[in-house]
Design a protein around this ligand. Structure first.
Ligand code: SAH
Length: 368
């Protein structure tokens, strides 16, 4: 199977596993496990309701579970996975980056962004990243390990609690969107990411009940895993970090391009649009005098023209030690104009979280 190659190639180092958690399991697996533990099958739904519905892990609050069973069930199925190390707020308290420590000391980051009409949570799927893109801070430190499905989901649950409890400016609220655009390459940790997507989108009490459409999975372009995702038939949004329309440049900006070329990555994207009828998002960091030339805009426009696609231009965010900087305003404007002249929809992404190193490509806590 092609995907096996991808998973072997990008396999994370072997390490102790995170503690087992309810959110690692499908509803059926939860039922089986609880029966093995000598519990009635409906206990699985009760515990799921506490965690996904009420965002609760405190055994004392589980009044529908017999008192003598609560502590053990909470310890076995709802162990703490994320310890907050630091919260950094900006944008008047509507953007918050949180640094989390995982059970083994590895650290990851998530970013909550509140907009007038939605709240987006940007989650990490790996501690570090093995893709080694030279303009991205996460890529510089390398891969520490894959995260479990529950570690991914718990970032969203934690964000949902912060919102519910009024810790985020703008009053109590809910998470509406999740983007897999934090640390890591989600499609290099396929199984856990898919599990997390299911937990996020399964209706309560089995999951958090977000709509599939409001979940975005972003990838550097691991073609076999993109196809596998397409075959799941989910209505999630696929984002492809392209950054260059030509292989010569993309080989240097996104090193995995030496394995799967621009044309192959875009073909996989079009298979996704055909199957799902969902617009694919093309991410393109605008790097001054590197990938922002007018001819590259024309080439990109030619490649994307006529497809169900949207281009997100991301002004390059500064990363430590990088020689690169964001494009000039006029080059950016010309790039936009040329894409539009090919009929390709394009927007320039905001740089939320830049002051707290929480913007695209800036997430880089040092893992141990
Ligand atoms: N590995 C996945 C998920 C990370 S998403 C992926 O690459 O798609 C993070 C997004 O921010 C990606 O589109 C990435 O290319 C982009 N990015 C990385 N470094 C950046 C930087 N310094 N400035 C702007 N965008 C950056």
């Amino acid at each position: 199977m092609a995907i096996m190659t991808a998973e072997l190639t990008f396999a994370a180092p072997r390490r102790a596993k995170p503690p087992r958690h309810l959110a690692d399991l499908s509803p059926a697996q939860r039922g089986e496990l609880l029966q093995e533990m000598g519990e009635p099958a409906y206990r699985a739904r009760q515990l799921s309701g506490h965690y996904f519905g009420h965002l609760r892990t405190d055994p004392d609050a589980m009044t529908d579970v017999p008192k003598d069973r609560r502590d053990r069930l909470a310890a076995d199925l709802l162990p703490p996975l994320l310890q907050p190390v630091q919260h950094l707020d900006c944008d008047g308290g509507t953007t918050r980056k949180t640094v989390w420590r995982l059970f083994d000391g590895a650290t990851v980051e998530s970013v909550l962004m509140r907009y007038p009409d939605r709240v987006t949570l940007c989650v990490s799927s790996q501690a570090g990243c093995g893709m080694n893109c030279p303009f991205c801070a996460t890529g510089q430190a390398g891969l520490t390990r894959n995260m479990s499905a529950a570690e991914i989901v718990d970032q969203v649950v934690a964000g949902a609690r912060m919102l519910r409890d009024g810790e985020i400016a703008g009053g109590p609220g809910r998470v509406s969107n999740v983007v897999f655009m934090g640390m890591g390459e989600p499609l290099a940790n396929y199984r856990a990411v898919l599990g997390a997507v299911r937990r996020l989108t399964d209706p309560a009490p089995d999951g958090l009940g977000l709509s599939q459409r409001s979940v975005t999975v972003s990838t550097v372009g691991l073609v076999p895993a993109m196809d596998r995702l397409t075959d799941e038939g989910l209505a999630v949004t696929l984002a492809v970090s392209l950054h260059a329309p030509d292989d010569e440049l993309r080989d240097t900006l996104v090193p995995v391009n030496t394995r799967w070329k621009v044309a192959e990555v875009l073909d996989a994207a079009w298979r996704h649009t055909r199957r799902t009828r969902r617009r694919v998002s093309i991410e393109y960091a605008m790097i001054r005098d590197v990938n922002d030339q007018a001819w590259r805009a024309d080439l990109l426009g030619t490649l994307l023209k006529g497809h169900l696609v949207h281009v997100n231009l991301i002004p390059l965010n500064p990363t430590p030690g990088s020689k690169w900087t964001a494009s000039r305003r006029r080059d950016e404007a010309e790039f936009v104009r040329r894409l539009e002249s090919h009929g390709v929809p394009v927007t320039v992404r905001d740089t939320r979280g830049r002051e707290i190193d929480g913007a695209c490509g800036q997430l880089a806590t040092v893992s141990t």
